[in-house]
Design a protein around this ligand. Structure first.
Ligand code: SAH
Length: 363
């Protein structure tokens, strides 16, 4: 267990079990996650004054080491998007993307972080899916991507958004993702506001129902991509287990704050799901849902058996939704030149993962 995977509550328990005062937990948490806690794996702040006693920190590190999460490479795209490749303690590679807001000179940024090494969902148009699933990331690794990027870019202090839209299906790694969110949002750590976090899921219905009862809740995005079960079964295989009706029902029951909505992501595949009939079916499907739609024209790649539709087809689809009162946006693909855009995160050279695959999630 990585010391940085413990929540403030876990640390309190640990302190009490060790016969330490409860307030030490806060000090230890601040040392591990607060300002200056150290970008890379090493706990740089081990000698920082004013926090928990050095002997205590050393004893804790002895029991649960802090595992390294090191930036391997960074690539910057023409539009300012930066893709970071991290190496984990066991030699795996994961990617995160830092996306500057186009409209603002300086300031608002979005960090796109990964939740797994690879992905078991095997969606037909996604390169990460082609890697297969290697392992879940730990809470320390999920929150760590944010901490390292924030430090690497001098972000600490400026507000930024976090999207769980990197490699992996976050709800397939439910407990670690929720623990990471609790760590990120804690006042003593990075104090991220939950409304600045968006979790994107392929639609694991039982996990969505569980998420609906969490005290700290991120915004929800659902990767829909199709409007009939026959079509979605093909594009998003998990649909065979959690078909559209169950998914839409779970969305209707999802608690939303006033004025907030679920984002439905819809990747547009030329001639496959981008016809006027698809658009009309989408309008009907979302009829009773507080929804907004984000269209993602496919980022095509070798090995992906689909094409990106023309701008005219994308516009036609978007216009049909808008004419029927659906709030719609078209995601501009960022960082395509460095393969940092949606569905392009894949670690080349990493051998195809064996491990648990979709069949186990479906079972
Ligand atoms: N597993 C989660 C998180 C991934 S988010 C989910 O499915 O929601 C990444 C988004 O990019 C998802 O909506 C995904 O379906 C989409 N995507 C995947 N491959 C893509 C591609 N080649 N072009 C455009 N979008 C893609």
């Amino acid at each position: 267990m990585d010391l940085r995977s413990l929540t403030p509550a876990d640390l309190r328990e640990l302190m009490l079990a060790r016969g330490e005062a409860a307030y030490r937990a806060e000090q230890v948490f601040r040392w591990l996650h607060g300002p200056g806690a150290g970008g890379v794996g090493a706990v740089r702040a081990i000698d920082a004054p004013g926090s928990a006693p050095k002997a205590l920190r050393e004893a804790l590190l002895e029991e649960s080491p802090v595992r390294p999460l090191v930036v391997d490479t960074m690539q910057e795209g023409a539009d300012g998007t930066r893709k970071f490749r991290f190496r984990t303690f066991d030699g795996r590679a994961i990617e995160s993307v830092l996306i500057p807001d186009e409209k603002e000179e300086r300031g608002k940024l979005t960090l796109c972080v990964s939740s797994q090494v690879g992905c078991a969902m095997d969606c037909g148009f996604c390169l990460t899916g082609k890697m297969g699933f290697a392992r879940h990331l730990t809470p320390a690794e999920i929150a760590g991507q944010v901490r390292v990027l924030a430090e690497a870019t001098g972000l600490a202090g400026t507000p930024f958004n976090i999207v769980l839209m990197g490699m992996g299906e976050p709800l397939h790694n439910y407990d670690s993702v929720m623990t990471a969110i609790r760590i990120l949002c804690d006042e003593q750590g990075m104090a991220v506001a939950p409304r600045r976090i968006t979790l994107s899921t392929v639609g694991l219905v039982p996990a969505m129902e569980k998420l609906a009862r969490e005290p700290i809740m991120p915004n929800l995005a659902v990767s829909l991509h199709a409007t009939t079960d026959a079509q979605r079964d093909r594009l998003v295989p998990i649909n065979r287990k959690y078909p559209l009706e169950a998914l839409i029902d779970a969305c209707k029951l999802f608690p939303l704050k006033r004025r907030s909505r679920i984002t439905f992501e819809y990747v547009l595949l030329d001639g496959v799901n981008d016809t006027p009939e698809d658009a009309r079916r989408l309008v009907r499907l979302l009829n009773d849902v507080k929804a907004k739609v984000n269209l993602l024209p496919l980022n095509a790649a070798p090995g992906i058996p689909y094409e990106r539709p023309s701008d005219a087809r994308v516009d036609r689809f978007a216009r049909l939704l808008a004419e029927h009162g659906v709030t719609v946006s078209v995601r501009k693909s960022r960082g395509r030149d460095i393969r940092a855009a949606c569905g392009q995160l894949i670690v080349e050279g990493q051998k195809k993962a064996t491990g648990r695959r979709l069949a186990d999630v479906m079972a």
